[in-house]
Design a binder for this molecule. Structure first.
Ligand code: PLP
Length: 383
């Protein structure tokens, strides 16, 4: 049976380049002449050790990660990091200050940063001296997500007492992305969730204390999360509520991400995706292609009599392009026509409705062109 050709606009788990899947298929039954699949190798074996160090080295070279940063592979998805970073960075700050009262500052610009702030609220009930502060909350500022107040208007906490400032670089549900790193007091560690724009353009890692993301949008299959953090934040912490060891960054770093069985297949797949990314010209190369793809899609929306994008131009995501027609029936008709053309997973997030085209690294420009051609055809059919 021949494989149907689909154009996969899914937000995640997302498309993986065909050539990467073919390479994995070719190695599936006999990885590195071991006579086994990579999934069957002991994580303590030399062969898997090479896989882990390769993936780590690729992250380091593609993102230009400075030597004073650690790269960790963790599990539990990006959602688990909402808790891990709170546990670790809050306790580190409490220990550093020798006092309990600390602040955590959240920049809330969409569904994911909102969820992260809500998790901090929950965890702070067990550590009541911690104050969770929303420095800005777009939904309150604008009545909806889709724009961001200027950082000069953000209400930061006392920098000397702040464990971290948190933001989400790309809000996958609402299609809101920062095109710059927000300015924060240099004394305060800056933390970013980059799950849905990981390695989609050059980024200056040295501006961050900690960056993290799940792999399943730009980097491979679900199951592995990557944390890149400054090594000086990896301290032995003896204060605050006890942390599960699996969420303890120092334990993870001391064991080279192998305190327990790591997600071996995911780490291997990320390595293959990064080999592919290097062939695309690394972050510079892919960043240009991503910009071209997003620019044309937004232009098609902005010049259309039918489609509209609810996101302010300065914050439009190059990864998740959200748009609508004038009503739900037309949205549905558009999505049905898309399916008939093998353009799949274009439906907006269940909380949003409308249409969302996720055009991650693996989405070729010509498939974005095909989507635009269909949009024009749909427009004409309704004129
Ligand atoms: N953060 C962002 C920006 C996301 O897009 C997602 C998932 O889509 C998450 C966090 C949660 O990731 P996970 O499902 O891996 O926990």
């Amino acid at each position: 049976m021949s494989t149907p050709h689909v154009l996969n606009f899914g937000a995640g788990p997302a498309k993986i380049p065909k050539s990467v899947l073919q390479r994995a298929q070719g190695e599936m039954l006999n990885f590195d002449n071991s006579g086994m699949s990579v999934m069957e190798l002991s994580h303590r074996s030399k062969t898997f050790g090479k896989v882990l160090s390769h993936t780590k080295a690729m992250i380091k070279s593609l993102m230009n990660v400075p030597d004073n940063y650690e790269i960790l592979f963790m599990q539990g998805g990006a959602t688990t990091q909402f808790a891990a970073l709170f546990y670790n960075l809050v306790a580190a700050k409490q220990q550093q200050l020798g006092q309990d009262e600390v602040f955590v500052d959240y920049v809330v610009t969409g569904a994911w940063s909102n969820k992260a702030a809500q998790e901090a609220d929950r965890l702070a009930t067990a550590n009541p001296a911690v104050k969770v502060n929303r420095v800005t909350h777009s939904k309150q500022d604008f009545g909806k997500y889709g724009d961001v107040a200027p950082s000069s208007a953000w209400q930061f906490s006392d920098p000397a007492k702040t464990a971290y400032v948190y933001y989400c670089d790309n809000e996958t549900v609402h299609g809101v992305e920062f095109d710059h790193v927000p300015e924060v007091d240099p004394r305060v560690p800056l933390v970013a969730d980059v799950s849905s724009n990981f390695m989609s353009r050059p980024i200056d890692v040295s501006k961050f204390a900690l960056l993290y993301g799940g792999a399943q949008k730009n980097l491979g299959p679900a199951g592995v999360s990557i944390v890149i953090m400054r090594k000086d934040l990896l301290t032995d912490i003896n204060v605050g509520p006890v942390r599960p060891l699996m969420l303890d960054f120092k334990t993870m770093a001391d064991n080279d991400s192998m305190y327990n069985t790591p997600p071996t297949f995911g780490i291997y797949m990320v390595g293959l995706v990064l080999d592919w990314l290097e062939e695309q010209g690394g972050l510079e190369g892919i960043g240009k292609v991503n910009k071209t793809k997003a620019d044309k899609l937004y232009e098609a929306i902005d010049t259309s009599p039918l489609f509209a994008c609810p996101v302010a131009p300065a914050y439009r995501s190059r990864m998740n392009v959200v748009f609508t027609t004038p009503n739900e029936d037309l949205d549905k008709a558009f999505l049905t026509g898309a399916e008939a053309r093998n353009m799949v997973q274009l439906k907006g997030h269940r909380s949003m409705g409308g249409i969302r085209a996720s055009i991650y690294n693996s989405m070729p420009e010509d498939e974005v062109d095909q989507l635009i051609a269909y949009m024009k055809e749909f427009e004409q059919s309704r004129a």
